[in-house]
Each structure stands twice: as C-alpha cells, then as structure tokens.
Design a binder for this molecule. Structure first.
Ligand SMILES: Nc1ncnc2c1ncn2[C@@H]1O[C@H](COP(=O)(O)OP(=O)(O)OP(=O)(O)O)[C@@H](O)[C@H]1O
Length: 250
C-alpha cells in the first residue's frame, strides 16, 4: 500500500515560492488500477514526481508498505519496486532491445524477453535484436519502455500521459498492454491521463485540480463531473447518451 499523508509541495520559482500541491491525502491499495486526471496545471505531474522521488515534499510523508520513503531518492525507490515511465522514453544507442530488457530484469529475465515483448504487442523476432535508437518510432519506444517495466516486476508502475505521441491504432493496443500488466504481473497502476479509454480501466479515478484532490470515485461517478467542468467545446447541443459518451450534432 502506498500512502500520502498531508503532502504539500512548494517550489521556488522565478517569481518566488509557489505552492503546487497542498494537503494531499491518498491511500493507494495494492494491485488496484488508479487514473489521475484533471485540468492542465493542476499538479498531476508534480504529484508523480513526488511519488518517484524526483521532488521531496515540503510537508507530509510518503509511506510504502509501512516504510517511510519520503527521504528516499529515485534509485532507492526503484529498488523497492516503484517504477516510472517517461512521457518521452529515452533511447539507448548501442544497446539492443533484448539487452535492455535483460538489464532491466536482471539475471532471471533471460528466458522471458520474448514474453515481455509479446505482452506489449511487439513481435519478439522482429524487435529483440533492434537497437534502442532513433530508428524506433515513438509508439514502439513507448511499448519497449513498458516491457522494461514488466521485466522489473514492479510493485507500483507510474505513467505520465502514456497517450502522448501515440496514434489511435497503437493506443488501443497500449490500453490492452496496461490491462495485461495489471492483471498478469499484479502491479499497482497509477496512470496520469485525460483519455476516456484509460479512465475506463480504472478501479478508481482521482481528480486533481489547483493542487488538491477534488474528487475520487469510479468512472461513472467522475466522468459526468469532468464533462460538466469541460463543457462542450463546439456548443452544438451534444446529446449525452446513457453510456456517458456524447453524440455530437456537428
Ligand atoms: N519547477 C517549477 N517551478 C515553478 N512552477 C512549477 C514547476 N513545476 C510545476 N510548476 C507549476 O505547478 C503547476 C502544476 O504543474 P504540473 O506540471 O504538476 O501540472 P499538471 O497537472 O501535470 O499539468 P498538465 O496537465 O498540463 O501536464 C503549474 O502551474 C506549473 O506551472
């Protein structure tokens, strides 16, 4: 279980101190699927950076399975099984996909490289000997990064807007990959996203705005609130269907 207790974050900006997050209290249970959403600038990425150990809270504590990890850095948290996927995954020139996955998973991962690639929807034969360099597309790179997280058998996996730079076709496969990761590898998922399809995967959606937790609940509870706040961009009397999708008259 991952807990945030009264967590606040103030950052020294160019114009002085800015309070980015205040009084965040969250309990994230093992093996649950959480999606963090909310308006731009609300504090979602800052929260992810706090969980990863990139930022330290100005106030409050972060507890993982009863252990206070507030003062631990990225590497120490990674050792405890907390992993993070970047919006733009890094490339590793000179390293093949297979080598990268073996490095991520340690010595026991040797026979599993194919499985990890298969689980993220990439043909092992085609990809394992390719270099992790600029020749890979953004979507391929993102899936390979997810495969490295699978290889690490994480307790908690954190993704900041995984949909960024992914085309609609690959996006469908990506959501399947998240389902697999969550179910097969029993990983607690925390995904920052604005995408309805990702929100649909969540056991719980956490809405962050103006540096605070504004709402928590299932998609059925949260989606209407998002639609209310967002309003209709075209103002053409969209009809809300029973399944919460809108029919647009444009
Ligand atoms: N290092 C920093 N210095 C000053 N202000 C910062 C810093 N990092 C974040 N902020 C500000 O904190 C607020 C929250 O930023 P954050 O990136 O966490 O929001 P977000 O919810 O992830 O936004 P988005 O949906 O646009 O990615 C924003 O107003 C941002 O400008």
């Amino acid at each position: 279980m991952l807990e945030l207790k009264d967590v606040s974050l103030t950052i020294e900006g160019e114009k002085g101190a800015v309070e980015i997050l205040h009084n965040i209290n969250l309990t994230l249970e093992d093996r649950r699927f959480y999606v963090i959403t909310g308006p731009n600038g609300g504090g979602k990425s800052s929260l992810a950076k706090l969980l990863m150990g990139i930022y330290r809270p100005t106030y409050g504590r972060i507890i993982l399975d009863g252990q206070d990890i507030t003062d631990l850095g990225i590497t120490e948290r990674a050792r405890l099984g907390v992993g993070y996927a970047f919006q733009q995954p890094p490339r590793f020139k000179g390293l093949t996909v297979k080598e990268l996955l073996q490095l991520a998973g340690g010595k026991n991962s040797f026979g599993n490289v194919c499985n990890y690639l298969f689980d993220v929807g990439l043909c092992p034969q085609d990809y394992q000997d390719r270099e992790v360099d600029a020749s890979l597309s953004g979507g391929e790179l993102k899936r390979i990064e997810i495969a490295t997280l699978l290889a690490r058998k994480l307790k908690v996996a954190l993704y900041d807007e995984p949909e960024a730079g992914i085309d609609l076709w690959s996006f469908g496969r990506l959501t399947e990959t998240f389902k697999t990761m969550h179910k097969k590898y029993a990983t607690t998922m925390i995904i920052i996203s604005h995408q309805e399809r990702i929100l649909s995967l969540a056991d719980e959606i956490i809405m962050i705005a103006e540096g605070s937790v504004k709402q928590k609940g299932t998609k059925e509870q949260i989606w209407p609130l998002i639609m209310d706040e967002a309003g209709c961009a075209c103002s053409k009397d969209c009809i809300e269907r029973a399944d919460n999708n809108a029919e647009c008259n444009r």
